[in-house]
Structures are given as structure tokens and as C-alpha cells.
Design a protein around this ligand. Structure first.
Ligand SMILES: [Fe+2]
Length: 215
């Protein structure tokens, strides 16, 4: 897959919308930035993501809650009204192969989950500021935006919550990313959920940068 060219950028967004992610094996960070540059407004900084034991992580972070254990399905920035559209990730080092798993919600196999998410109202509770309501999947008109993070987005109906948690517990991922040094990935944070299984070794260094929709 070529990196440059306006045609490829359009193709990237189309592939991302359906498959939820694109993997670039052995790519530099600079080339990954080039590949993603047409997708929206790129936040200026890369954030380093390390495997952390629970006691060394921020209390309400995923590492603070789960440590090296498996992280549940989620979208990033679910508590923000302006969630990142895409996650760009680059692997600095990894000596084990625990993947990041992807659940693409536009795939046929995800239809039941997408339908239940679309019918699930969430109470979003940010750390600061007022609570607000959202759907777990907003797919009105041309919009298709998932929002899911059980730490701060609570379904209003216990029945919907149980149904959705049950479906998510049983469903197989639609894709996965096997990390190695130099692997680059773009994940569509609106059309896909992601998660991580237990990580055996702390030696997994990822860098992440968010891309936001432009008005
Ligand atoms: Fe995440």
C-alpha cells in the first residue's frame, strides 16, 4: 500500500470505516504521520504507552484498574464530547506478541452489537464538568460514532447494559494487530472498539497520537 497520494488517503478512510484499522508493517513514525495526514487534525504530541502494574498507574486509568490484565472493549476518549476520530499507534519495542484486538462495528458479524449499541442511551460522567447523555452508537444520517468505556459511560437501562455486556463478552474480534518494533497502525475510533488481552511481559512500548475530525 503506497503512503502518499490523495487517492490513497481517501482509500484509507474507506478501509478504516469498514475494517476499523490499517496495519503498516515496518514503517517509521514520520511515514505513519504522512500516511495519516489527510485524515483530520493531528494532535501535536505522541504519548508513550507502557505496560504498568496497577500500583504504578493512575487510579482510574485502564492500567490502574486492570494492570497487566486484559483491558475490556472500549473507544478512546469516550468521556469527551469531541472524541478522537482516529488513533495512530507506533510500536517502539515489543518482545511478546499480545495483540491489540479490533471489533469493527460495520462488519456483518457485528450487526447485533451495533443494533444494541444504537439503542443504548449512556450517561457520560467526566472527571470534571457536567454529566451528559449520549448513545453508545450514534448512527443518525451519515454519522457513525461509537462511544464505549464502562469506567465513565453507564447505560441508563440495566437491561441494555446486560445485553450489551453479554454480546461483547462472547463476540470474536474482527481483526488484531500483532506488535513488533516498527509496526504502525491507524484505528478508526468511531467505527471500531479495541481491547488488549493480558500482557505477560512489561516490555511493550507503544506511542499513540490522536487525530480529530475537522469542521
Ligand atoms: Fe484504548
Amino acid at each position: 500500500m503506497s503512503i502518499d497520494g490523495p487517492g490513497s488517503r481517501l482509500a484509507y478512510s474507506e478501509v478504516l470505516a469498514v475494517n476499523g484499522f490499517i496495519v503498516f508493517p515496518e514503517i517509521s513514525k514520520d511515514d505513519l504521520v504522512k500516511a495519516a495526514s489527510g485524515l483530520g487534525w493531528m494532535a501535536p504530541d505522541w504519548h508513550r504507552i507502557e505496560v504498568r502494574e496497577r500500583k504504578h498507574a493512575r487510579p482510574n486509568s485502564l492500567s490502574g484498574l486492570y494492570g497487566r490484565g486484559s483491558f475490556p472493549w472500549h473507544t478512546d476518549g469516550a468521556i469527551a464530547r469531541d472524541s478522537p476520530r482516529y488513533l495512530m499507534m507506533h510500536c517502539g519495542d515489543a518482545d511478546l506478541s499480545e495483540p491489540t484486538e479490533i471489533l469493527a462495528l460495520k462488519r456483518e458479524s457485528s450487526e447485533d452489537i451495533a443494533n444494541v449499541m444504537a439503542g443504548t442511551a449512556l450517561l457520560v460522567t467526566p472527571d470534571k464538568g457536567s454529566k451528559w447523555f449520549s448513545r453508545a452508537l450514534d448512527r443518525g444520517g451519515s454519522r457513525f460514532q461509537a462511544r464505549w468505556d464502562t469506567r465513565a459511560c453507564t447505560p441508563r437501562s440495566a437491561r441494555s447494559a446486560m445485553r450489551l455486556q453479554g454480546l461483547l463478552a462472547d463476540i470474536e474480534p474482527t481483526g488484531s494487530v500483532q506488535w513488533a518494533a516498527g509496526t504502525g497502525v491507524i484505528i478508526d475510533n468511531f467505527t471500531a472498539l479495541h481491547r488488549r488481552p493480558c500482557v505477560g511481559s512489561p516490555n511493550r512500548i507503544l506511542h499513540r497520537r490522536y487525530i480529530y475530525e475537522q469542521d
